[in-house]
Design a protein around this ligand. Structure first.
Ligand SMILES: [Zn+2]
Ligand SMILES: [Zn+2]
Length: 102
């Protein structure tokens, strides 16, 4: 199950469970859409993978207790700002390889 982390790892912007700006990699490294576009260039600084929009967990118990009320978003902040110069080198190398072959 996704943790639904509360903030952007880079800029620490709040990304509540219903945020449409949250982006995650397959390890659930979590960043805001602006940092993914402007700083990360869609390359995760932790694993090198790409990002997708984080799905919204229902706030309503539509079915079988699968909702935020039972499985709330994480409150554990991970703030690990990216070094833009270091990341530029990292992402440039990775971006020479097609996304599905990385
Ligand atoms: Zn951010
Ligand atoms: Zn990652």
């Amino acid at each position: 199950m996704l943790e639904l982390r509360p903030t952007c790892e880079n800029c620490n912007k709040a990304l509540p469970a219903d945020s449409l700006e949250a982006r995650i990699c397959t390890y659930e490294c979590t960043f805001c859409a602006k940092c993914v576009a402007d700083v990360l260039e869609n390359v995760c600084s932790n694993c090198g993978g790409g990002f997708v929009p984080r799905p919204i967990r229902p706030s309503t118990n539509w079915k079988g207790d699968n909702y935020l009320g039972k499985d709330p978003a994480s409150t554990k902040v991970k703030h690990r700002p990216v070094d833009p110069a270091e990341h530029a080198g990292f992402s440039a190398a990775i971006k020479t390889i097609p996304p599905h072959k990385r």
